[in-house]
Design a protein around this ligand. Structure first.
Ligand code: NAD
Ligand code: UFG
Length: 353
């Protein structure tokens, strides 16, 4: 059992990962500002946690606050030492993730994603905590690369959001390069995480405008949105719609547990970037047809203009991740559609009543 600080642990990927870490017996400090999540996640995770209320109270500590708040982060490290559960590692999810918003409000994205990360690692250094798993993204890769992408494909993000992710990867690389400090670092580059916990109790809970395909698709299926607007049917793909590498959120959560275990067991410093993907590309029409077939529903859709900044095809090899972490995705597109739809049906308004 280890003590772990999880930033952004109330969010989509964070909440699924927290549950798995709790089940593995870890002691969690979670910091989240709830800018894109809800404190109601606590009750949901507690309901799913198999070891009961007392263990949950002991293992799960959620602190509301911002990763840019130096005093708060420092206090979390201090109290973890006082409580004899000194933080040994960090999983750093907290950040803003809308590509569109990042182009409209770049200074906010640099401040939260990069400024917040600098604040975090400075305090980690001060408290001798030098193990971190960082949430990076497929957007770090150049759009000139051929798919499948691999970790050594060219890095050249085409938007501010992606640039903030590369900058944090570079920041972590420069820490790793400090002689004698022994930083242990994994950047997980996620492709397109979708789906939900099979219970339907936790899932993706976007606030405000929905930008991503899967939550939008769910809302069309439930009748909350009239139709799916598919951005372009003239892409150079087999059916003219964009291809992405969708990965089940439960597989993604498992990858975090394995990445953490790998680093905690590692006797010396390390720096790795790993793709979290299935290696398979699925077009929008294919995803939609799967969804309709496994959930016995109809998705009304229209084709509209291409979305600025989109790319035709994005999928990647997970060979390095599989060999390093002994991870491979266990769930397929049908599982993603079934589990995601269950979450949507049980929670049409997310965590709000
Ligand atoms: P999410 O928005 O559901 O979770 C992020 C969490 O961080 C939220 O709970 C939010 O309230 C919190 N947060 C944001 N700013 C904060 C701040 N300043 N201080 C404290 N908490 C803050 O998003 P997610 O999908 O779970 O993504 C998690 C991470 O993975 C993000 O860093 C994101 O950029 C990255 N990522 C996500 C995807 C994806 O498609 N979901 C793909 C690639 C990378
Ligand atoms: N799409 C539609 N209609 C919609 C929403 C999306 O047709 O209403 C299309 C997009 O044009 C794209 C595909 O569905 O072709 C997937 O779009 P998403 O927005 O769901 O995902 P992206 O691949 O564009 O981007 C996502 C995250 C980024 C992350 C990237 C790679 O939003 O933050 O995956 O990890 F960087």
């Amino acid at each position: 059992m280890s003590s772990i600080l999880i930033t952004g642990g109330a969010g989509f990927i964070g909440s699924h990962t927290c549950l798995q870490l709790l089940e593995e017996g870890h002691y969690l400090y979670i910091i989240d500002s709830f800018v894109n999540s809800s404190p109601q996640i606590v009750e949901r995770i507690e309901r799913l946690f198999s070891k009961g209320h007392e263990k949950f109270e002991e293992q799960f500590n959620l602190i509301g606050g911002d990763i840019r708040d130096k005093i708060l982060i420092e206090n979390i490290f201090k109290s973890s030492i006082e409580n004899k559960h000194a933080i040994e590692a960090v999983i750093h999810f907290a950040g803003l993730k809308s590509v569109e918003e990042s182009t409209l409000n770049p200074s906010l994205y640099w401040d939260v994603n990069v400024g917040g990360s600098i604040n975090l690692v400075k305090i980690m250094e001060k408290y001798n905590c030098r193990t971190i798993v960082f949430s990076s993204s497929a957007t770090v890769y150049s759009t000139d690369n051929k798919c499948p992408l691999s970790e050594d494909s060219q890095i050249k993000p085409s938007n501010t959001y992606g640039q903030t992710k590369v900058t944090v990867e570079n920041l972590l690389m420069s820490l790793y390069n400090i002689k004698g400090e022994d930083w242990k670092i994994i950047n997980l580059r996620y492709f397109n995480p979708i789906g939900a916990h099979p219970s339907g109790l936790i899932g993706e809970n976007p606030r405000g405008k929905i930008n991503n395909l899967f939550p939008y698709l769910n809302q069309v299926a439930s009748g909350q949105k009239k139709e799916l607007r598919i951005f372009g049917n003239d892409w150079p793909t087999k059916d003219g719609t964009c291809i992405r590498d969708y990965v089940h959120i439960m597989d993604l959560a498992e990858a975090h547990c394995l990445a953490l275990k790998y680093l905690l067991q590692k006797g010396k410093s390390d720096f790795l970037s790993l793709n979290i993907c299935t290696g398979k590309g699925t077009s929008i029409l294919e995803l939609m047809r799967h969804f309709e077939s496994v959930n016995s529903c109809k998705i009304p859709y229209v084709f509209v203009d291409r979305r600025p900044g989109d790319i035709a095809i994005s999928f990647a090899s997970n060979d390095l991740t599989s060999s390093t972490l002994k991870w491979s995705p266990k769930r397929n597109i049908s599982d993603m559609c079934i589990d995601g739809w269950r979450w949507q049906q049980l929670n049409p308004n997310g965590f709000e009543k």
